[in-house]
Design a protein around this ligand. Structure first.
Ligand SMILES: *Cc1c(COP(=O)(O)O)cnc(C)c1O
Length: 216
């Protein structure tokens, strides 16, 4: 599907939900995609991209950013604490804040650098054992702890179980965000971004629908 088709679908979903045009940010998740496909999307004017690994992102985007300094990068995959500095330098947003040690490290880096990426707390809405994220019951406490460290939180992120209707997960994320006064909702991927927009997503993370199926 072309980028233009995706952006048209986003605009329709915004309108159907009574939301302002442009209220949803499209993160084009370029992980593992061949450079030619990424360049094609860049050529169409898109500038917001998502990656799930710090090292791969650095290799791909350091040269591309020399050509297009305005590119914004979002980390959508797990972050090891020992890669936090590199991540804070490279990414404008991190969607996978999910544990106190990482929060502490990002808070120290924010102090030192005088700025921080936008941070989304990842919530494991399906309480899946293999998946990252704070459990829904622990989210309020974790958010409080982050705020005590002066960490600027942009919102919450979720990755619903692959085999379930995502709507209850989107709703749960929305409720946790609302009761904590967090404006950002990072939810919705290739297969469900319109549902996510209907339920208040502010950031959608779309990979294969834009770039085609990932190889390998
Ligand atoms: C890969 C990935 C996406 C994009 O998934 P698609 O189904 O290709 O749109 C979104 N979010 C996260 C966290 C991912 O790892």
């Amino acid at each position: 599907m072309s980028l233009a088709e995706i952006t048209a679908r986003i605009a329709r979903a915004e309108a159907a939900a009574g939301r302002a045009p442009g209220s949803v940010t499209l993160i084009a998740v370029s992980k593992v995609q061949p450079e030619a496909r990424v360049r094609a999307v860049l050529a169409q004017g898109h500038r917001i991209f998502g990656e799930n690994r710090v090292q791969e992102a650095a290799e791909r985007w350091t040269p591309l950013r020399a050509e297009h300094p305005e590119i914004a990068l979002h980390l959508v995959g797990p972050l090891q604490t020992n890669k936090a500095r590199q991540a804070a330098e490279m990414f404008g947003a991190i969607h996978s804040l999910d544990r106190p040690r990482l929060a502490r490290r990002l808070a120290d880096l924010a102090q030192e650098r005088g700025s921080s990426p936008a941070l989304f707390v990842q919530v494991n809405t399906g309480a899946e054992p293999q998946k990252a994220g704070v459990l829904p019951d622990a989210a309020d406490t974790f958010i409080d702890d982050c705020r005590k460290m002066d960490l600027p939180l942009a919102g919450l992120m979720c990755l619903p179980p692959a085999d379930e209707d995502p709507d209850p997960h989107f709703d749960l994320l929305g409720r946790i965000a609302a009761r904590n006064g967090l404006p950002g909702l990072s939810m919705g991927m290739s297969g469900d971004f319109e549902q996510a927009i209907a339920r208040g997503a502010t950031h959608i993370r779309v990979g294969s629908a834009i770039f085609g199926a990932r190889e390998g």
